[in-house]
Ligand binder design. Sequence first.
Ligand SMILES: Cc1cc2nc3c(=O)[nH]c(=O)nc-3n(C[C@H](O)[C@H](O)[C@H](O)COP(=O)(O)OP(=O)(O)OC[C@H]3O[C@@H](n4cnc5c(N)ncnc54)[C@H](O)[C@@H]3O)c2cc1C
Length: 489
Amino acid sequence: MLSLYAWSAIPSCYLRFGYDSSVLPLLLACVQSDSAAPVHDSPDDSGEEGVPSIVIIGGGPAGMAVAGALSSGRLLEAADVLGGRADRDNLTITFVDTPLQAASGIEDDPEQALARWADMTGGPPTDMTAAWLEASPEIYDRLVSMGVGFSTLSPDPITHVARLHEVSLEGSRITAALQEAIPAGVEVRTGTWVDGLALEDGRVVGVEIGDETIAADAVVIATGGFSGDSSVIEAITGGDPSFWPGESASGNGQALAWADQYGLGTDCEACVGWRWGRLGSPLAEQGLEVNLPPENAPWVWVNREGHRFVDETQNWSITLGSAWEAQNGPVALISAADMAGLIAGEAVDPDDAASWLPAEVLCADSLEALGELIAIDAKDMTDLRARLANADSEGTERPLQDPPDLESGGACAVQPGRIALKTFGGLAVDDDGRVLDLGGEPVPGLYAAGEAAGMLAPGWAGTNGVDGSLSAVVWSGWRLGALLAAGDR
Ligand SMILES: Cc1cc2nc3c(=O)[nH]c(=O)nc-3n(C[C@H](O)[C@H](O)[C@H](O)COP(=O)(O)OP(=O)(O)OC[C@H]3O[C@@H](n4cnc5c(N)ncnc54)[C@H](O)[C@@H]3O)c2cc1C
């Protein structure tokens, strides 16, 4: 189809998006200048002669990022609002080499992260991983320039380098900022479920919504991952319905369903990220799982044999999720006094405690009694506490600064649930975000971004991915948008 699109208006976008890190700042600048200078006034330019049309399916962060890099097109979202699964405040996001890290005296750069990449993710880094990490400061700066604030840092679970940046409540929500950045030339339709792709001679020429076909030169699948797909939930939880927190279309596995339907390639369908804490449970509602002070957590995580198996600062970690499988279920130990403090601090209604305590928390007056309840020897627990109190901070175990007093006053054991946060596999794409067919060839007219494109799949970052991968989701959308805006289709 025609590629007359805005070549003269956005000269810095002539470059094709590659992995030369020296080009990345330029390309991000290109994306920014592009969205600031819409080329077409009419949002409804689809089919207008000489104007290529782009349809994005899915208005989560990836789809919005693609839209924000265009000057015209259509964004179709099944839900009534944009935002996808990231439409919440308490997001924690991985960046390296940021001003916040520098201000906190933390030395971090892509090389450091890449050196430990296999440890962090279960797979070696790729060119894509390196490019994303190199772009990290620019992604961070761009989000900040859009009004998103980052306040606190917490350590990466494996390397302990503080590179998980928490979105501050003072700033904009990331999803709100991405939504505001969508230019007027992009028509946004919410409440619009896309049924399928329209194909002609092996080329994607549009999307189907009921009986309607919307023509497009380029279609972007940004429908999210598959961790909410019922077959995935069945496979990994035995069908526990509380495992998946959303009822929306997000995480529905739509991209993989289309892969089956249209013969598209896929990458690492088994890559599902996890998180502890069952949303919807009173514990999670009270924020108990996420309010652990990172450097001084009054918790000890042990496995069913009573061995400590992870650092307490790893409570956010996907690694913990993997550990669940390996360790037959972890338990967090906390002193009864600290638990009471948490409950008081979080204003849990004591009258209501009976309805949730037995399910999620077991408390006893003595460690021996608790040991019987959770089938872990009390001596193992006291040995563990002593070991932690004397742990060498340079070693593999980090000492707790304030180990919980499990011996006097009683102790509690918490058995968190688990939840699928995200997926690290999806449609097979090439380095430019073109969707590949089963033979590994690009399907003309079809692209993918975000979780639908397995933004941190093995090709990117290994089977476990990294925590805080939203920066990769957004980056994959911006870079694809830049590519499409440059007319490189
Ligand atoms: C509880 C929770 C906490 C999380 N916390 C973090 C965190 O702290 N840090 C972090 O980095 N990540 C976090 N994540 C993961 C992060 O939210 C996702 O990785 C991110 O939202 C993926 O973005 P996406 O745009 O690829 O997909 P999604 O956000 O899933 O968006 C996909 C969109 O496509 C729409 N859609 C699907 N099918 C169709 C269709 N057929 N037609 C039209 N529209 C369709 C959906 O309605 C949805 O809006 C969390 C996830 C959850 C569930």
